[in-house]
Ligand binder design. Structure first.
Ligand code: FAD
Length: 424
């Protein structure tokens, strides 16, 4: 099939947004508020699918910690994201949500949620407001690249379509949970257009551990609660977090693991493996544990002694047996030091399909300060398709919203400087 002629008029103040996730929808809201005509193109039959899935976990919208801590969650991308996050920070996220009639609250961890923990009512209210403001939504329009010096090209049920808006914002997401629509297929066309893209990799992901068959069968699906985990960064600093992880048949996953997934993944990329160190009893010192484990155990089995002296049974005792031999388990001081620093060797990340989010993406070196592609003037990028990552905790959605706002402001400003009938 050949391309159809341009389907949209090249109105001077028209903006095409590709991708109906939180970044694209926020960009639409910002642009509509300035009077620009916005059409949003989405490959799936409906918008906001990943946003709705995020609601299953309670929809952690943002985080209430001080901005100076908040911004550092974005690691190497902090300095590039900072102006966008300053312009649309956690309090702006809360105001936006409450402006849609959905109250928020701060949980004990400082995370911010809608009071009903649901994404569907929020998305419904948002779409209602966007449509009322004039947003046109074209679903089943899959962006496949740029048609020469014309605008973006889409595959649609009616065949290929090329549109010629005044400006374009790409907000196609990363490559995790691809059945929800963000499959990273945009990397191909952008790469062909010469746009620098860092390889897409799993972030907030699980890792593979070579468990013994016995351990995997017995403990897969069991949580390991209240442990402190540490991982070394490339510069030698140690990143630490406390919480809960989950044993899986192939390794580990869960909130605690996700918090450390960036240094762990980087170590695997660099060295072929990463070490995660677990403190199984965060409140107890190694001396205290050694003393307790050295107490005479009488006729008690080692398992019962470990339970009585250190409070460790079940999956935690199983973890110790994964790294110590039966003889080593009898050595109280070795046992105590292993309880405080149990080394887990991780040899691979789980596939990106299973990850919560994506690292890598459109490199900031290819973008100007308004998130416009230097090599494709009039085309802006926002959201998870940019080259940044952050742990879970509301940081992902906040940066998607903030870059959506920034790209829209850039696009609106760019449109205002174009001659009347210019198109991308
Ligand atoms: C299970 C789960 C739970 C999560 N929970 C949270 C949470 O509580 N808090 C938090 O901050 N973050 C959470 N996230 C992450 C958050 O949902 C994402 O970071 C966010 O949705 C990314 O927004 P985005 O707009 O950049 O991309 P997406 O939400 O992925 O949206 C991109 C859109 O673009 C469309 N698209 C892709 N390619 C094309 C194409 N070629 N043509 C046309 N359309 C295309 C997709 O169909 C999609 O609708 C969670 C993620 C998952 C998977």
């Amino acid at each position: 099939m050949t391309d159809s002629p341009p389907a949209a008029t090249s109105a001077p103040r028209s903006l095409a947004i590709v991708g109906g996730g939180p970044a694209g929808l926020m960009a639409a809201q910002e642009a509509l508020s300035t009077g620009v005509a916005v059409t949003l193109y989405e490959s799936r039959p409906s918008v906001g699918r990943k946003f709705l899935i995020a609601g299953r976990g309670g929809l952690n919208l943002t985080h209430s910690e001080p901005f100076d801590r908040f911004r550092h969650r974005y690691r190497e991308a902090e300095s590039r994201l900072r102006p966008y996050l300053e312009a649309f920070d956690a309090s702006a996220v809360v105001r936006w949500c409450e402006g849609l009639g959905i109250d928020t609250f701060v949980g004990t961890s400082g995370r911010v949620f809608p009071t009903d923990f649901k994404a569907a009512p929020l998305l419904r209210a948002w779409l209602h407001e966007l449509r009322a403001a004039g947003l046109q939504i074209r679903v089943r329009h899959r962006f496949t690249g740029f048609a020469g010096d014309r605008g973006p090209r889409f595959d649609t049920p009616e065949g290929p379509v090329t549109v010629t808006p005044g400006a374009v914002i790409l907000a196609c997401g990363g490559a995790s949970w691809p059945h929800l629509g963000s499959d990273g297929a945009w990397v191909g066309p952008l790469g062909e257009a010469g746009i620098p893209v860092s390889p897409l990799r799993p972030a907030n992901c699980g890792f593979e551990v070579a468990w013994s068959e016995h351990f995997a069968q017995r403990h897969a699906g069991h949580p390991v609660k209240s442990v402190t985990a540490s991982a070394s960064e490339q510069d030698g600093r140690v990143t630490q977090a406390t919480g809960e992880l989950m044993i899986t048949a192939t390794g580990i996953e869960g909130g605690l693991v996700y918090q450390l997934s960036a240094p762990l993944r980087e170590a695997i990329e660099r060295d072929g493996q990463a070490e995660l160190t677990l403190d199984l009893t965060p409140g107890r010192s190694v001396e205290h544990l050694t003393g307790a484990l050295n107490r005479p155990r009488g006729k008690k089995s080692l398992a019962r002694h470990l339970e009585a002296a250190a409070g460790l049974g079940g999956v935690k005792a199983g973890l110790l047996r994964e790294v110590l031999t039966a003889n080593q388990m009898e050595d109280a001081s070795l046992l105590a030091s292993t309880i405080k620093a149990l080394p887990l060797s991780l040899h691979a990340t789980r596939p990106i399909d299973e990850a919560i989010s994506t690292a890598g993406g459109v490199a900031f070196s290819g973008l100007d300060e308004h998130l416009m592609l230097k090599d494709l003037p009039g085309v802006f990028c926002a959201g998870e398709m940019l080259d940044w990552e952050a742990p879970t905790g509301g940081y992902l959605l906040t940066a998607c919203f903030a870059t959506g706002v920034a790209a829209a402001r850039g696009a609106v400003e760019w449109l205002s400087r174009q001659p009347k009938d210019a198109a991308v």
